[in-house]
Design a protein around this ligand. Structure first.
Ligand code: KG4
Ligand code: ZN
Length: 354
């Protein structure tokens, strides 16, 4: 029997276990994380080693540095996750890992470590799509949350409205045609001199600014009203600043931040509400780094309350990249018998599939 066949048999037997313990690894960008998750919902540990301070000096993530740093810390992060969970490696049931999308060199570190652990411990390996992880962070935050629901995914690389019809089943209703929301935040932060990471800096500056100061464009796409486009908005902010600079006029950074954010939030909230209305869905979930944005949370709360829709979003630590969300997503794949072969590879670009 091949290793994969043995693991398939092992996986089938797991359904009879009361407790299924998944060790999960995440290294798709600038966080090295490992977590132990019980039954997809209970986090026993979630260690996150952030590289933000290293990349700050460059104004963004430097892929080669990210990969090297992951290599430096991954074993230590895994050990800490097991220690903090008080779990012996021998008691684990499976190893989950983000295999894509993300920076290929960074992903490879997590994937290689996970493969070594799975093979060495004779455990099933589960490759998890990064966005499935972000969505699943909500299963940890809300133990009673079950599909179906509408999910607004807003991260550094993705902006999508997804109808989550069941565990692991997704219908993408709308997506960005160009920049992701987080990417737009990071670029605007850079031109405003707010540094990296841009999202939290813009969020913070915007609190002190006037969101009506500048009327930045809200792009509507005719062929799919649920798709997004943020590159025009980013260019509008840059052009606005250049015009003022050329005229020698000063501007208030906080006002620009607040006006940009208002445009982003308007578009994200309106489209999500329209999808929920069209599908008659009364549950809306948010996922990804931008789901931590205070203005987005506030407006979403307001609009869902008006419509009698229940809103879910993870606490800030579960919004950003972390191993626990991968452990939750991995658990549901595992329970469906969907494990990966040891030939699993890092994939930098890959759509979320059912
Ligand atoms: O989900 P995430 O941690 O990584 C990816 O999968 O991309 O998202 C990171 C993105 C970055 O663009 C960051 O600037 C943005 O999320 N972000 C925020 C906030 N916190 C993080 N954007 C707006 N407001 C925030 N408070
Ligand atoms: Zn992410």
């Amino acid at each position: 029997m091949t290793y994969f066949e043995q693991m398939k048999e092992k996986t089938a037997l797991l359904k009879k276990n009361d407790d299924v313990l998944v060790l999960a690894l995440e290294s798709s960008c600038d966080e090295t994380s490992a977590a132990v998750v019980r039954n997809g919902r209970e986090v026993l540990s979630n260690i996150i080693a952030s590289q933000i301070d290293i990349h700050k000096a460059y104004g963004g993530v430097v892929p080669e540095i990210a990969s090297r740093k992951h290599v430096d810390v991954i074993n230590e992060v895994v050990e800490q996750a097991l220690d903090q969970a008080s779990i012996d490696k021998k008691n684990l049931d499976a190893i989950a890992v983000t295999f894509g999308p993300g920076l290929v060199g960074a992903l490879l570190v997590g994937v290689s470590a996970a493969k070594a652990l799975a093979f060495g411990l004779s455990l099933p390996l589960i490759g998890v799509h990064h966005i499935e992880g972000h969505i699943s962070a909500n299963y940890i935050e809300y133990p009673d949350l079950e599909p179906p629901f509408i999910c607004l995914v807003v991260s550094g690389g993705h902006t999508q409205i997804i109808h989550v019809t069941n565990y692991g089943q997704y219908e993408v209703i709308g997506r960005t045609r160009d920049d992701a929301a987080g990417e737009a935040y990071d670029k605007v932060a850079r031109v405003l001199g707010l540094g990296y990471p841009g999202g939290p800096a813009v969020d913070c500056a915007a609190k002190k600014g006037n969101p009506q100061a500048v009327d930045f464009p809200r792009v509507k796409l005719k062929d799919n009203p649920y798709d997004f486009s943020f590159s025009g908005l980013k260019t509008a902010v840059i052009n606005h600043l250049h015009n003022l600079e050329q005229k020698g006029e000063a501007y208030i950074t906080e006002d620009i931040a607040a006006s940009f954010q208002e445009a982003v939030v308007d578009v994200l909230v309106e489209k999500t509400m329209n999808v929920a209305h069209e599908l008659g869905q009364k549950k809306i979930v948010m996922a990804g780094g931008v789901a931590a944005n205070s203005a987005l949370r506030m407006r979403m709360n307001l609009e869902t309350n008006k419509r009698g829709i229940k809103l879910y979003y993870p606490s800030p630590i579960l919004c950003t990249d972390n191993g626990a969300m991968i452990g939750s997503a991995g658990y549901y794949r595992l329970m469906q018998g969907e494990i990966s072969p040891l030939t699993l590879n890092a994939v930098p670009y890959i759509e979320l599939k059912s």
